[in-house]
Design a protein around this ligand. Structure first.
Ligand SMILES: NC(=O)N[C@H]1NC(=O)NC1=O
Length: 170
């Protein structure tokens, strides 16, 4: 849809359309609806980013499913997450990769109290495993910040699949 259509959406339709731009946090879309009209897609993105920053970061991070975790195995991922995880090859790990992933994910969660979050569409499985291994050594404050940066990347890519960009047609 284009931006004019976005700006004309009712509250319910807006939350239906954008309720999962931040994984399982429809509150973000709900809060941002009252900020319309958005002059540009960048303005919508900025409003979402501002509200993300106003929420407790560990709460947002905890809404994310593990990469290659139980939800993937049980088929209970959201559509968006399922597509993203498949794009990074998380649905096609070899058995050694899968057990390494699972061990590192558990270690990360035990250390920080929230899951490891990374924008899967911008990484392949080797990069995901490398980042997970590296980032688990960070201090919590750094990981909270990194995780939220990744949430914003995921949000941006989800948004761009829903809304046509502002770029003028040549
Ligand atoms: N844990 C985690 O990073 N989850 C996610 N990343 C992503 O791109 N989609 C997700 O659901």
């Amino acid at each position: 849809m284009d931006l004019a259509t976005v700006n004309a959406l009712s509250y319910e339709d807006f939350v239906d359309a954008f309720g999962n731009v931040v994984e399982k946090c429809p509150l973000v879309a709900a809060a941002v609806w009252s900020k319309r009209p958005f002059a540009t897609l960048t303005a919508l993105e900025a409003a979402l980013g501002e509200f993300i920053d106003a929420l407790p970061p560990s709460g947002i991070l905890r809404c994310h499913p593990d990469l290659a975790g139980r939800d993937l195995r049980d088929g209970t991922l959201t559509r968006e997450s399922s597509e993203e995880q498949a794009a990074a090859g998380m649905d096609a790990l070899g058995s050694e990769e899968a057990s390494r992933m699972s061990r590192l994910n558990e270690e990360y969660k035990a250390r920080f109290g929230f899951p490891f979050v990374i924008c899967a569409r911008m990484n392949d499985k080797a990069a995901v495993l490398r980042q997970l291994s590296e980032r688990r050594g960070n201090v919590r404050e750094v990981e909270v910040t990194r995780g939220i940066e990744e949430v914003k990347k995921i949000c941006r890519l989800r948004l761009h699949t829903l809304v046509l960009t502002d770029a003028p047609k040549l």
